[in-house]
Design a protein around this ligand. Sequence first.
Ligand code: 3SK
Length: 513
Amino acid sequence: FAPPPSEFNFARYVMELNASRTNKLAYIDDAGEYTYGELFDRSRRFAGLMQSLGLHREERVMVCLTDTIDFPSAFLGCLYAGIVPVLVNTQLTTDDYAYMLANCRAQAVVVSASVLPTMTAALSRCNHEVKQVLVSQPEKALDEGILNLQISLDTSALGIAAITAADEMAFWQYSSGSTGKPKGTVHTHGNLYWSDALYGKNILRLNEDDVVFSAARLFFGYGLGNGIIFPLCAGACAVLMSERPTPQAVFKQLTQRRPTIFYGVPTLYVSMLNSPALPARSEVALRLCTSAGEALPREVGEKLSEHFCCDILDGIGSTEMLHIFLSNRNGDVQYGTTGKPVPGYEVELHDEAGCVCEAGKIGELYVKGPSSALMYWNNREKSQHTFIGEWLKSGDKFWRDDEGYFHYVGRSDDMLKVSGQYVSPFEVETTLMRHPAVLEAAVVGKQDDNGLVKTKAFVVLTDDYTPNEELVSELKNFVKSKLAPHKYPREIQFLPELPKTATGKIQRYKLRD
Ligand code: 3SK
């Protein structure tokens, strides 16, 4: 792929790409349908609104929106004006928002009505600079001084386009590590171009006839690529859903909107497979599914692909790399693996001495590619630890087989060493999940009376089983019969559900505590 020109604005780029698609559908959300013409008109008005409120280039706007047409309009509108949207999770606490508002020094906040009370509390707590709060789809009258986004857009003039550089700061996302405060991850206009060129075009091969639907929300890097970057670069149509992506809600979209591509996460796929309402192949129009966020267990991938007669592409990305850089390919899927490097990215595994690992050896994953973030905002120490020259240290452990497929072992900080040997929580969890009693499992390290680390499993049972001591022994024996003896969980605790992030990742650190 040719690099983007040095003068490059992603919003203007997609507007030009879709100039002949004025009447083609770009989005379908819970409230209606929007053509490319309407999307770009809303985006330009959003840019005009920000400019009329006195926002300048490079200033930040916090975007805290659920998945409706307002999200892509605000995102593209900011980019068009050279203003920097800071995309934040809609399910955070007052403390989180207060920290982020102060950290990014947002001059305006665009927020969904459902998040307004939490955001208002955060705004009153921090010593902020916010000039204006705008609310998307309010259901009741707003306090004086707060603007209704739709009404403001209706009366706003079209904004003035900014001439930006490909390497210029375009938007931020917050990356949450297992410890410490969230880190403002700064991405460029060029990064948006590259993640589409390398993954959207080469791996998904999206075209204008595709209809895509992402269970991962737009504020998450995975969702942003799925629902904005890739469909807009292909002239495709994206379905947006505001409510939580439960299996029922997802089935409704799959059967009624009939997307050709569905982007899911492993925990959702597990629940979908366990639901009696799982639609038949004939009821859906899928040509491809993707999975990210955490590794997709082999059995889950195989069962789902058999059911829907299409490939499920498991891959891994990161907030820092913007989207997926290691992935299975359509027609070349090894279930239970994360596939091979996406062409355009280089991936290496490093051992503890920093040397590149040979096949079969577990190592720390490093990735190099053109969509890598610039830095973490105001955090030199963490930036230097993660962005190492041209390489990015991902914090994940993998091994590579002789055919070049990468096998996920776990987060570097979730890895356990039991009896001097590595134990991958993921391997024990997926083994447990092969037992019919186990819906989900999470494995952590727990010190025994001698201070030695042993594995402990937290298990959510399927509907047909109830917790009892016999089942504990049965599950331990089941793992012992499948894995090396040091790997079976010495302790098993049953839970009604596992603690998870908004994007479905198991929060093992909460279980460790
Ligand atoms: O978690 C992932 O695998 C991921 C994928 C795409 C973009 C962002 C992330 C964190």
